[in-house]
Design a protein around this ligand. Structure first.
Ligand code: 13P
Length: 253
């Protein structure tokens, strides 16, 4: 049985006060939900990671980074290494989020280096994949997702990949209010699981968690997570409201 996993991606939002307030509210009320077997994590901006890992240390809520760099240290101005993230208490790291791919311009090869570096540094990567609207309209969803997964995980053994969480985030559903239907999400998640079975083995595919992301809200969370292959949600906008994020956590079974 895969344990449901709800992750809040705060993106470039909050400040030093609101990040702590939001984290504390989530921590105080999500323990009930976590006690029911739901794993919870939040991914704040880099600058608030350390204060958040401290504020959340006694809670069941894990902290993740929204990105990382693949080198260990050195002259890489502005970048953050896996060991720095580990040092401040991060457990997870998003890799290849659609905004990194499509706004910042990250390539599949760079995402692969980041997933590999995260694992090497003892972080648990959340590898994000998903197609653009034009790609969906051209019936290229499986082709795009398959390419992103094969290149994102290139060179990694099954043992390493078993520590990865997958996240399917169709780009057209992110921040648009246009959520994939539960059936659309299920179709792609099932495809991802079959692909992982082909690339590795049935056990890995059965155990790996695949999250859905893209306009997830309290009103659609339960339906999305009721799908066989949707193991949780990667929540953007709704994770900035404690009430909404907690409602989403409570709807995970
Ligand atoms: P929204 O929930 O705001 O659509 O964002 C989804 C997302 O990108 C989470 O990583």
């Amino acid at each position: 049985m895969r344990k449901p996993f709800v992750v809040g991606n705060w993106k470039m939002n909050t400040d030093s006060h609101t990040s702590i307030d939001l984290a504390k509210r989530i921590a105080s009320e999500s323990s009930e939900a976590a006690g029911h077997g739901v794993a919870v994590a939040v991914c704040p901006p880099f600058v608030y990671l350390q204060s958040l890992t401290k504020a959340l240390s006694a809670s069941g809520v894990a902290v993740g980074a929204q990105d990382l760099y693949y080198e260990l240290e050195g002259a890489f101005t502005g970048e953050i290494s896996p060991s720095m993230l580990k040092d401040v208490g991060c457990i997870y790291a998003l890799c290849g989020h659609s905004e990194r791919r499509h706004v910042i311009g990250e390539t599949d090869e760079l995402v692969n280096k980041k997933v590999t570096a995260a694992l090497g540094g003892g972080l648990l990567p959340i590898l994000c994949v998903g197609e653009l609207l034009a790609e969906r309209d051209a019936s290229q969803t499986e082709q795009v997702v398959s390419r992103q997964i094969k290149s994102g995980l290139a060179g990694l053994s099954a043992e390493k990949v078993s520590a990865v969480t997958m996240a399917y985030e169709p780009v057209w559903a992110i921040g648009t209010g246009r959520t994939a239907t539960p059936q659309q999400a299920q179709e792609v998640h099932s495809f991802v699981r079959k692909l992982l079975a082909e690339m590795y083995d049935d056990q890995l595919a059965e155990e790996i968690r695949i999250l859905y992301g893209g306009s997830a809200k309290p009103g659609n969370a339960a339906d999305l997570m009721s799908q066989d292959d949707v193991d949780g949600l990667l929540v953007g906008g709704a994770s900035l409201s404690a009430d909404d994020f907690l409602a989403i956590i409570r709807s995970a079974k």
